[in-house]
Design a protein. Sequence first.
Lengths: 115, 115
Amino acid sequence: KAGVTQTPRYLIKTRGQQVTLSCSPISGHRSVSWYQQTPGQGLQFLFEYFSETQRNKGNFPGRFSGRQFSNSRSEMNVSTLELGDSALYLCASSLGTGGVQETQYFGPGTRLLVL
Amino acid sequence: AQKVTQAQTEISVVEKEDVTLDCVYETRDTTYYLFWYKQPPSGELVFLIRRNSFDEQNEISGRYSWNFQKSTSSFNFTITASQVVDSAVYFCALSERTGGFKTIFGAGTRLFVKA
């Protein structure tokens, strides 16, 4: 079974631009979560999508948004990029049954550099 | 509120030494899950283990073992006879029902295994 895939793997943008990152979950997984990883803040939860609906949200500004398609693929968008948005963005998929026992499987991440 | 503390920022050992990574958590839920993930230099988080709050049995998988103690809210991870390939950042994580099954990660422990 193929793992979680994320595209692109690397991205360089300038302040003020916007960016869209893509994540394809493991086949059969219906939940997709996004995390931001930075040296200073560690791994922080952005949001989770299940059946095309945002089911949970972390504490990030509205510049960070996401969506999920009917095939469970997900995209996240960051508008008006700031230098502090430079980070590794990780996507994780899980079955999505909603139980707390969910195990998340992570993709390789998209490394975003904002200049 | 849930919280995960990994007090050890970095650990350096020589190959074949045993090493224990500490994880202390806080939660008000009676039902929760604990996880350990490994993040090698490539960036992808690799799932290692999941343990639920009702199962305090220790687990051993090859050179890896985990000690879960609810009395001290700890879920420690031991690598026996460490190898250079064990060099990575290790994350402990907690998932609880309160807050909608968000997974909270500790800050991570960077393990260096020298040949």
